[in-house]
Write a protein that binds this ligand. Structure first.
Ligand code: G3H
Ligand code: 13P
Ligand code: ZN
Length: 330
């Protein structure tokens, strides 16, 4: 058993408290390897932002839980070395069972998500409650979910979304004891969040997706005043990366994300945590394709992963400063 406290990490309680009062959102960036982790820490140190390092089940299978845990320990030491001891949470993204959550808690995670959103309501309550009891006994915070996002998370793909029902949130939170609640208001996972035929066009001809359901968010805030809300599926899918990927031999179809002004609006509400994974994948892929295409003789991974890391860092800094508003709040 390794407590996250031994690793120099924190749980999300105080972070969310401050984010709620300060009207900004904590970035929850997914990572699977060293370069992604370095970029996240460098960006958050330079912008003096708290951060949630997020690990999916897929990431655990890919990278190994022991290595990830020790990378998170290293992240804290690295941040100090870079000049700012930012608060760092190590979070399990989309935990699928009590056993997965327990294993992460026993291995130094300071926060876990139990995603029972696809289960019948009462089963979601029972599973989430069980995780909360174990987690709170170890001072680990828990995120639950109500409502279903469309898109792909790990191997599970949902064709259609079901918005969160505001009339369920008080019952769910009080019976489970969760510390934060992920909701469904129109975001979705992956790089294809909207179909072009469901979008309109702005004056420049860019596709504009339908707005998020802020009316549902407001109703949830009325039901649960000052309770931390989480938005998954919040990549913006920057078109410059989509275009770069296309320019250098890739093929992405109908890649449309959440407009930044929608995320800014969400961050200034009760939304305290915003999950971003796909944008990091797009930025890395775009730069790696560009470098390998422009320098076909290059075979040193540092020569393409290094520039990809630099681009990622710039992108995360931009998000902290201009979208989530977390810069300066470490
Ligand atoms: O919500 C899903 C995340 O983007 C994680 O994706 O399971 O492919 O690592 P992954
Ligand atoms: P994106 O696919 O929009 O980056 O969402 C990531 C996410 O919700 C991770 O849990
Ligand atoms: Zn998610």
């Amino acid at each position: 058993m390794t407590s996250y406290k031994e690793l120099g990490l924190v749980n999300s309680r105080e972070m969310f408290d401050k984010a709620m009062k300060g009207k900004y959102a904590i970035p929850a960036y997914n990572f699977n390897n060293m370069e992604q982790m370095q970029a996240i820490i460098q960006a958050c140190v330079e912008t003096k932002s708290p951060v949630i390092l997020q690990v999916s089940k897929g990431a655990r299978d890919y990278a190994n839980i022991n290595l990830l845990r020790n990378m998170a320990r290293g992240a804290g030491e690295y941040a100090k070395e870079l000049g700012c001891a930012i608060p760092i949470v190590l979070h399990l993204d989309h935990g699928d069972s009590f056993e997965t959550c327990k294993e992460c808690i026993d291995n130094g995670f300071s926060s876990v998500m139990i995603d029972g959103s696809h289960l019948p309501y009462e089963e979601n309550v029972a599973l989430t409650r069980k995780v909360v009891e174990y987690a709170h006994a170890h001072d680990v915070t828990v995120e639950g979910e109500l409502g279903v996002l469309a898109g792909i998370e790990d191997a599970v793909s949902h064709e259609v979304s079901h918005y969160t029902k505001p009339e369920e949130v008080v019952d769910f939170v009080s019976r489970t004891g969760v510390d934060s609640l992920a909701i469904s208001i129109g975001t979705s996972h992956g790089a294809n969040k909207f179909k072009p035929e469901n979008c309109t066009r702005d004056a420049q001809g860019h596709l504009v997706p339908p707005p998020l359901r802020f009316d549902i968010l407001e109703e949830i805030e009325k039901q649960l005043p000052n309770f931390p809300i989480v938005l998954h599926g919040s990549s913006s899918v920057p078109q410059k990366y989509v275009e770069m990927i296309g320019q250098y031999g890739g093929k992405l179809k109908d890649s449309i994300g959440i407009p930044e002004d929608q995320l800014r609006k969400a961050a200034s509400s009760a939304v305290c945590k915003i999950n971003i994974d796909s944008d990091g994948r797009l930025a890395m892929t775009a730069i790696i394709r560009k470098v390998l295409s422009e320098k076909p003789g290059e075979f040193d991974p540092r020569k393409y992963l290094g520039p990809a890391r630099e681009e990622l860092k710039k992108m995360y800094m931009y998000k902290n400063q201009n979208v989530l508003g977390s810069a300066g709040h470490a």
